[in-house]
Write a protein that binds this ligand. Sequence first.
Ligand SMILES: [Zn+2]
Length: 220
Amino acid sequence: MSGRLEFVLRTVMSARLSVKHKSRQPGRLWVALTFGDWAKMGGRAMADEPEFMCDAMLGGLARWLRAAGYSAWFDVHARDGDLVRRALEEGRWLLTSDAGILERYAVSEGLVRCLFVPHGLSTIHQLAHVMGVLKLNPKNSRCMDCGGELAEVPLTEVATEIPEKVKETCAHFYRCAGCGKVYWHGTHWNSIQTRLRRAQKLAGAEAKSDGPHDRQSSSP
Ligand SMILES: [Zn+2]
């Protein structure tokens, strides 16, 4: 069995594609697995809002994508193969600064949508690059630590978890649905929002010069 066919067979099994999409002709199964088929028939359809998978070099970007309201998975110990496989299975955009990942079959063939993040950018410029190329706008912030959604809660619910000064100066409090961390609209929050607006402004220039692609596989 060829390496490519073996890969596709494994991904088909992973996605539980319907039998009608499997060719009866031996060795032709891969023909059915176009990106469009995958998006429509895969184990998980592509989300309306993009979700992301960040490689080991882009942990800071993952945190800021979450602050911008997007789901961004990151594990510094994840191996390249795991990143590609999980991006494929979950329909996530793979964000990478590793040119080697672009050579992976699922990426080079467009099965995984991948955006190369150039080296040498600050985290905010990385965020601006992603937002600009994919034409994204900031949404309601998620927890920067785990990516969980933030739900507003009354002061009484978090009174024992926040400093006294915060109780006197802040009116809105939020708890992460994932890890339970408490956030409030204070100076740190405002600083984050200021940086997000800066990234959005920087992204404006990026958006004018580029558009969304299934694969941004240019080398650094
Ligand atoms: Zn959290």
